[in-house]
Design a protein around this ligand. Structure first.
Ligand SMILES: [Zn+2]
Length: 413
């Protein structure tokens, strides 16, 4: 690497592995569900590490943690960096944890090298990024950015009926600070790609230029339950056949948009789900994503009528509910440029990439100039206990984070 200010790759990896012990699963993954006793242990470890560096910790009302390293100029707003420590029920060691632990390593390196920055730097652990317990992803960053209200988040309940507020209280994670945007200079998030593109192309760094536009639907197709043996084709109203045509259409719409297209039916419920009954009802999810708002707007315009025509041709009816539409979120060009420059300076193979997944940075970007750095993960696999990255990939991502954050914190105003 073309620098004499180098992060400690071994220490970074050791801390990643130490965090992965908290909630470790037998298959080598992590189960650190948000606001559980396991999450509490992860938060405690994070707080200890921050305290050892002399960082001051603030916790807000939704449990977001901010660890601050002062700058030379007290008038400057902080440069933020971070990600999340919660995981999916069968999650991996690196989704989220990489961004937080790499941020910690940036702080450690700044301390080791005695570097004083102009602006303060704050390391963030956002609460409940995954959404797997309370059904609402990006909760902490969403409340902070004003996408959701605090009372709405507090009232969400898990399958056992425990509310977010009760869960926060039960592990002492509710802090005294308001969960709302404060003046911040910028936000940088390092994350594994969770897709196959970097690995496939032999790139070490993804310069993330933004996140995709999305539209999500719930679909219910109603036909008629009927005997599989006695009902001739002319008398059938098979809701599953209708759904199959819609699903094939979703796939065709995606493929018509080339490699940038995304269209998925990931959830399907067949009723009565009996092998000798023609299905009378099918419920399923539909989502489309694309980097361009215009593509998603076009799909939202045309897809409902096209799907309805396919369904009605089978004699069934369809109810299609649009759940939400999220515009594409471009990241801040200046922050992205710092990531691009850092990768170039370090001689790391890099490419620009659009985030296919939701990330805390996407909501934070509504309030603060933001950028993300991606690193490859094996076979593009994530939300899986087999999620795997190489120590040198973690180190490269961390070094880019270090360079970008340092440059931003010392930029001339
Ligand atoms: Zn994540």
């Amino acid at each position: 690497m073309q620098t004499n200010q180098t992060i400690n790759a071994a220490r970074l990896w050791d801390s990643l592995m130490a965090m992965a012990e908290i909630g470790a699963t037998p298959k080598g993954g992590v189960k650190r569900l948000t606001l559980t006793e396991v999450d509490k242990a992860g938060r405690a470890r994070f707080a200890e590490w921050c305290a050892a560096l002399g960082l001051s910790l603030r916790v807000d009302a939704i449990g977001n943690m901010f660890a601050r390293r002062e700058g030379r100029d007290p008038a400057r707003p902080p440069v933020l960096m971070g990600s999340h420590l919660d995981s999916q029920p069968t999650g991996g060691k690196f989704d989220g944890a990489l961004g937080v632990i790499a941020g910690l390593e940036v702080m450690r390196t700044l301390n080791d090298l005695g570097i004083e920055t102009e602006a303060p730097i704050e390391l963030v652990n956002w609460t409940d990024e995954e959404g797997s317990r309370f059904g609402h992803s990006l909760m902490g960053s969403g409340v902070w950015a004003g996408v959701y209200t605090l009372p709405k988040a507090y009232a969400l309940r898990d399958v056992e009926g425990v509310s977010v507020e009760e869960a926060l209280d039960s592990i002492g994670a509710k802090g005294p600070h308001k969960a709302e945007p404060f003046p911040a200079d910028s936000y940088f998030e390092l994350h594994i790609e969770q897709g196959p593109i970097l690995e496939r192309e032999g790139k070490t760094i993804g310069i993330v230029t933004g996140a995709q536009a999305q539209v999500w639907y719930d679909a219910v197709i109603t036909g008629q339950d009927a005997h599989a043996g006695t009902t001739p084709p002319s008398a059938r109203r098979d809701a599953l056949v209708a759904a199959a045509r819609v699903i094939a259409h979703v796939d065709a719409l995606m493929r018509a948009r080339g490699e940038e297209g995304r269209g998925t039916v990931g959830q399907l419920q067949v009723l009565p789900n009996s092998r000798n009954v023609v299905p009378g009802e099918v419920r399923f999810s539909v989502e489309f994503r694309h980097p361009a708002d215009a593509e998603i707007a076009g799909l939202a315009e045309s897809f409902p009528a096209e799907a309805r025509a396919l369904v009605e041709a089978t004699g069934c009816r369809m109810e299609l509910t649009e759940l939400f539409r999220i515009p594409a979120q471009p990241f801040d060009p200046d922050c992205v440029e710092l990531v691009r420059r850092a990768a170039a300076k370090l001689g790391l193979p890099a490419r620009e990439i659009i985030s296919g997944a939701g990330h805390d940075a996407v909501y934070v970007a509504r309030r603060v100039p933001a950028a993300m750095i991606f690193t490859p993960c094996k076979d593009g696999l994530s939300h899986n206990e087999a999620e795997s990255i190489l120590p040198e990939e973690a180190a490269a991502g961390c070094q880019v984070l270090f360079e970008a954050v340092l440059a931003r914190a010392n930029r001339p105003l």
